[in-house]
Design a binder for this molecule. Structure first.
Ligand SMILES: NC(=O)c1ccc[n+]([C@@H]2O[C@H](COP(=O)([O-])OP(=O)(O)OC[C@H]3O[C@@H](n4cnc5c(N)ncnc54)[C@H](OP(=O)(O)O)[C@@H]3O)[C@@H](O)[C@H]2O)c1
Length: 310
């Protein structure tokens, strides 16, 4: 697969990342059966074989179960660790953690960040995380405290680079001012069905500060992929028809058009592929070589906006 240089790092990554959020097939670790474990490992190996080098995790994905599945893959696949870039996240705490009455919340306290990272390292069976991300902004974030945790993790060799997720530019800047090194990614929801990052300054900041945008749910959770039929009354139907027209023109799938459209942005935007099906994992890689051209990009942008440009 085509590779891209990750700005502000010495990392070269595949143009598409593989997202491991669904590899356990459940969000309840008690439900990880041997079959689910095997299927999850097969998904990760299919991505590895297809040339994906960036793998995205979070501590909350199946309460660590997804990281554990990947840890078992790493144990059984000599050489894989040094060929891939592992990203994971912390900072979201679900209700009941650690006490039954603890609420759902965000937690960027230094001790929580460091402890979460150390647990991820154990689950993933690795000595270091390549990119450690803060999952969702903590309203009580003290940037100096986050910086303290990041420096401790970096100096201990446990993390190479840091990033954020779902951060608006003001929050990225507030944190960046306290760090002596650049944040290298902002993982955001951006796709043909969600254009806000084009207008709210998020992608402007990515381009200007050379922060890569990792695009989560690049197929909008599935409806931008194959098999979804929107009736004419559905506001998404016009967009899907436009995507299908370009798919027919280029003799590719709807998925490839939706992903290629994202990858045309110079930030760069790196879509995180979420399917667990090996055939779809391989199919998506074709998008990395598809150049839609500027005019087609704008036609799709207009279809996605649902109105003409100013
Ligand atoms: N930072 C955050 O807050 C955040 C939030 C959400 C996700 N993420 C990251 O983003 C990654 C991707 O998110 P996502 O899984 O929501 O992505 P997505 O690809 O937009 O949605 C995945 C869903 O779409 C289906 N799908 C995938 N490819 C398809 C295709 N070609 N045709 C039809 N259906 C298709 C999948 O089903 P099948 O498996 O059956 O193919 C699955 O149900 C996650 O793994 C995670 O790493 C991050």
């Amino acid at each position: 697969m085509r590779r891209v240089k990750l700005p502000n790092t010495d990392l070269e990554i595949s143009a598409l990342a593989y997202g491991c959020m669904r590899v356990a097939g459940t969000w309840n670790p008690a439900e990880i059966t041997a079959e689910r474990d095997t299927a999850g490992q097969a998904s990760i190996l299919a991505a590895y074989d297809a040339g994906y080098t960036l793998f995205d995790h979070a501590d909350i994905y199946c309460a660590g179960g997804c990281e554990e599945i990947h840890g078992r893959v790493l144990k059984g696949t000599p050489g894989m660790r040094r060929e891939i870039v592992i990203a994971t996240k912390c900072g979201i705490r679900f209700g009941g953690d650690p006490n039954p009455d603890s609420p759902h919340r965000f937690d960027f306290r230094s001790e929580h960040i460091v402890r979460s990272c150390e647990k991820s390292l154990v689950r993933l069976r690795t000595d270091y995380i390549d990119i450690y991300q803060l999952h969702r902004p903590d309203y009580l974030m003290d940037p100096a405290e986050v910086a303290e945790a990041f420096v401790a993790l970096r100096d201990a060799g446990k993390v190479r680079y840091f990033g954020v997720s779902n951060f608006l530019p003001s929050k990225v800047s507030a944190l960046q001012r306290h760090l002596g090194f650049p944040l290298v990614v902002n993982q955001i929801e951006v796709h043909l069905g969600r254009l806000a990052p084009f207008e709210d300054g998020t992608l402007d900041q990515c381009v200007g500060d050379r922060i890569a945008a990792l695009a989560w749910s690049p197929l909008a959770g599935g409806w931008l992929g194959e098999g979804f039929d929107a009736p004419d009354s559905d506001p998404r139907s016009k967009l899907l028809r436009a995507v299908d027209e370009f798919a027919a023109l280029h003799r590719v799938t709807r998925t490839e058009i939706a992903l290629a459209w994202l990858m045309q942005h110079p930030a760069p935007i790196v879509p995180i592929i979420g399917t667990t099906k090996p055939t779809r994992i391989r199919q998506a890689t074709k998008a990395a070589d598809l150049d839609l051209g500027r005019e087609a990009w704008y036609k799709l942008m207009v279809a996605a906006r649902g109105e003409g440009l100013p």
